[in-house]
Structure formats: C-alpha cells, structure tokens
Write a protein that binds this ligand. Structure first.
Ligand code: HEC
Length: 143
C-alpha cells in the first residue's frame, strides 16, 4: 500500500517536472511535425538552448534568423560555411530549406564555387524540410 502511494507520488512529481520545461515551448502544427522530423539531425546537433554545441555540429536552438557560421562555441566550421558567412548569408526560410535539402549545392551556389563543406547529411523530403524549418523558427521564438 505504502509503496504504491510512494510510486504514484514520484510519478506525479516527475510529470510536473516534465511539464514545467515543456510548457515554455509548445509546438503545434508544422512545428510539432518538424520537431519529430528533426530527430534525424540529433546525431550531430542539439536543439536545447543553453547547452554547448557538440563537436559534430553547432547547437541549432537559435539558428533561425542568425547569420550563417556564427554559433560562437562551434569551432569546426568548414571553409564553405565561413565563406558563406563572409557573404552575409542569413538563415531565413528559403536559405534554411535549400541548405538542409542539399548543403553542398546551397553553399556552392552562394559562394560561386564548390568548397569543402561540413554537413554530410541531406533531408530530401521537401515536406519534411518545410516542417523542420517551421520547427527551427518556433524554437527561436519560444524563449
Ligand atoms: C552527420 C552530422 C549532421 C547531421 C545529421 C545534420 N547536420 Fe547540420 N551541420 C553539421 C555540421 C558539421 C555543420 C557545420 C557545416 C559546415 O561548417 O560546413 C552543420 C551545419 C548546419 C546548419 C548551419 C549552422 C550554422 O551555424 O550556420 C544548419 C542550419 C543545420 N546544420 C541544420 C541541420 C538540420 C535541420 C539537420 C537535420 C534535418 C541537420 N543539420 C543534420 C552536421 C550535421
């Protein structure tokens, strides 16, 4: 009896702890679908604000609207990304969608020639790309 109550109490406490952080950022519609689709990025990127970038990729929590190649604690930007930064590329909807679908082609087109780039990943499903972009936008705005 006693232990059952204790377990229930613990479960309740955990539910509260969970909802406290989730309540800050509610994702709906495309952004919610994008959050799920963005699981494909988690091998390399983190999406939690306040956590340091992983060595495998910059933290993406505030990437929407920022200038390319400027996450301060990510030290491994490629030549192609640094060149794109020099050209003033910012991560608006169109640039994010193009980059996520084909990083090599996007960087080659903004830089005018193909250079060594770092993201060995492509999300080819256009609908998913749009949802991931909606998620990145909502994530930036949610704080
Ligand atoms: C295999 C590892 C890997 C995966 C998977 C991956 N990325 Fe990346 N990503 C990188 C690396 C490395 C960079 C830095 C690229 C460079 O410097 O050329 C990067 C850069 C980026 C940038 C530009 C960041 C900046 O600071 O300007 C965005 C946006 C991005 N990734 C989005 C995504 C999204 C969205 C997904 C999932 C759909 C994803 N990435 C999946 C490794 C990855």
């Amino acid at each position: 009896m006693f232990s059952k109550t204790l377990v229930a109490g613990l479960a309740l406490a955990m539910a509260f702890a969970g909802s406290a952080s989730a309540a800050q950022c509610k994702f709906e519609g495309d952004a919610a679908a994008g959050k799920t689709a963005a699981n494909a990025c988690k091998g390399c990127h983190l999406f939690d604000a306040g956590k340091p970038s992983r060595p495998t990729g910059p933290n993406l929590s505030a990437i929407y609207g920022s200038k390319a190649g400027t996450v301060a604690d990510f030290k491994k930007y490629s030549d192609a990304m640094q060149a794109a930064a020099g050209k003033g590329v910012t991560w608006d909807d169109a640039n994010l969608a193009a980059y996520i679908a084909d990083p090599k082609a996007f960087l080659a087109s903004v830089n005018g020639s193909e250079m060594k780039h770092g993201m060995m990943f492509q999300l080819k499903d256009e609908a998913k790309v749009a949802k991931v972009v909606a998620y990145l936008k909502a994530l930036k705005d949610c704080k």
